[in-house]
Design a protein around this ligand. Sequence first.
Ligand code: SAH
Length: 288
Amino acid sequence: MSAKPRFPLPLSSVTAKKPGTEFRPTVATPQTATRNAATTAAKSPWAPPPPAATPSRAHSYAQERAQPQPLAAPRQNPLVSDAVRRAMVQRVARQGVQDQVVLSALETVPRHMFMDEGLASQAYIDASLPIGHHQTISQPYIVARMIEVMRNGGQLQRVLEIGTGCGYQAAVLACVAQEVYSIERIKPLHELAKSNLRPLRVANLRLHYGDGMLGLPQAAPFDGIILAAAGLEVPQALLEQLAIGGRLVAPVGARTQHLELVTRTGKAEWVRQTLEDCHFVPLRPGIV
Ligand code: SAH
């Protein structure tokens, strides 16, 4: 077995795998994302920002905080203000997420920096939204809920996420765990996540391009595993890569899905619990 990587690791340290059999999703845009984008645009409490005020992808959140606007300047862009993000977190808390560690992680990560500028005005509504390639950025509530369930109030050393997408949940995970690994099977999304995360300089997060259904045996075992895409069942490889005592949270199902919590209780023993209903994009094999 190869030596375990040491932290902090650069985001550029990517395991590039050879493209295998091409597998192209045939489903239409999943989830409620497209509908969310369309219907909430009208309801959004914030007017779209003037082009000059739109946050650039290269602009780091740290810079934003370090350089408050002078009083004479136009009001801070409400889309990126701490208050807007705090309001989102309060909504998530009202929906039942209680773990303060998770809530403060959610408050820390600038979600608008993971979205297309055209959708940035919706970054802090509680909805999944399109990120291209028929995939979505997960709803803040479900991101928080899954991490809360996985954490269970404990310390997390090493965590694996399947389905990096734009990198938002990976960034939230990096606030609550010592080491985070995240795998994405769609190369352009893997690249998108890298460029979204670069300005945030997340030192304890490593992104991989590959088929997450196979897990990441070279970094296993994991204290926690989160799947951001729904399969008909949890892949056996992931169950095997869970540490004893570790917790895996995954959406399971097709048209109707539920969150499943799997706790590894022994070498060959896993306990499953069914939690709430959910709606995720499908877990697919292979890389694209
Ligand atoms: N974690 C993201 C959610 C992304 S949507 C967020 O923060 O919002 C789910 C992602 O899972 C998609 O990008 C999809 O391409 C990816 N996915 C689906 N099957 C996969 C697999 N077998 N391995 C890795 N990623 C997969």
